[in-house]
Design a protein around this ligand. Structure first.
Ligand code: FES
Length: 252
């Protein structure tokens, strides 16, 4: 708030002394995140074309009760809360969608609506963002399932093979792993909360882990976007193969 008062000629929505096209930062977020949200919602409810041969769409993994013995709806809806909660509470995405969708504020040093009574993440509903660490634990579990799916995609009728889908699923889980393990919460757990590494138990190992995680963390935004595109594309590829729109090419 102090920053806005210093830089803005008056407090009204969109007022700024910036001369660059600050709004170009939020348009790609609206387009890509909005398109992904619509596509993922449609696919989660579609309840069809989520597997083919050894391939399973990441939107439906782990696959729970596909025969509808006790769950009458799409199996994707059973697991959606894990990946969705992890992304929605991600520190990076919070910044991106607060700016792009809530315009609160739309960008650095750009005025927000004066009617807003911004209280940060200290009150309901935004205080719920603080559960991010627990979604991180859940995300690690999902990564394990997705690696299992990627390894399974190398086996066609029990014989080793590599199809385009194998590569798509393997690249996807690799990017998702980079996104997950570059999380700010993990960096904090490893050592971000320490004032003194040499005074802490396993201080040296924690320092090394923290240094490595800091390296990943600096690229968290990149991994966030790459993994978002890759997970959407992996599902799209499996869907196209499963519905017969394209044929999976066998490389090996
Ligand atoms: S901060 Fe982005 S996933 Fe944890």
């Amino acid at each position: 708030m102090a920053r806005s008062r210093t830089l803005l000629p008056e407090s009204r929505f969109g007022s700024t002394l910036r001369r660059d096209a600050w709004w170009t930062e939020i348009i790609p977020v609206v387009v890509v995140l909005g398109a992904f949200g619509v596509y993922a919602t449609l696919r989660a409810f579609e309840n069809a074309y989520y597997s083919w041969g050894p391939y399973l769409s990441p939107f439906y993994s782990p696959l729970i009760d596909p025969q509808h013995h006790w769950w009458p709806f799409s199996p994707a809806l059973l697991i959606l809360v894990g990946p969705l909660g992890f992304r929605a509470t991600c520190y990076y995405y919070r910044k991106a969608y607060y700016r792009a969708f809530l315009l609160d504020p739309p960008a650095c040093a750009v005025g927000e609506s004066p009617r807003r009574n911004y209280r940060g993440e200290t009150a309901f509903p935004f205080i719920l963002q603080n559960v991010h660490r627990y979604f991180f634990y859940l995300a690690v579990l999902f990564i394990a399932f997705l690696w299992h799916d990627a390894i399974r995609s190398f086996f066609f009728d029990s014989h080793f093979g590599v199809g385009v889908g194998t590569l798509v699923l393997t690249i996807n889980v690799s990017l998702l792993s980079l996104y997950t393990f570059s999380c700010h919460s993990l960096r904090h757990l490893a050592g971000g909360k320490l004032d003194c590494f040499s005074c802490a138990t396993f201080g040296r190992s924690r320092f090394e882990a923290w240094s490595f995680l800091s390296f990943l963390n600096e690229r968290h935004m990149l991994f966030a976007w790459c993994s978002l595109v890759s997970v959407g594309f992996a599902d799209f590829y499996v869907r196209m193969v499963a519905c017969g729109a394209i044929r999976d090419l066998r490389i090996l």
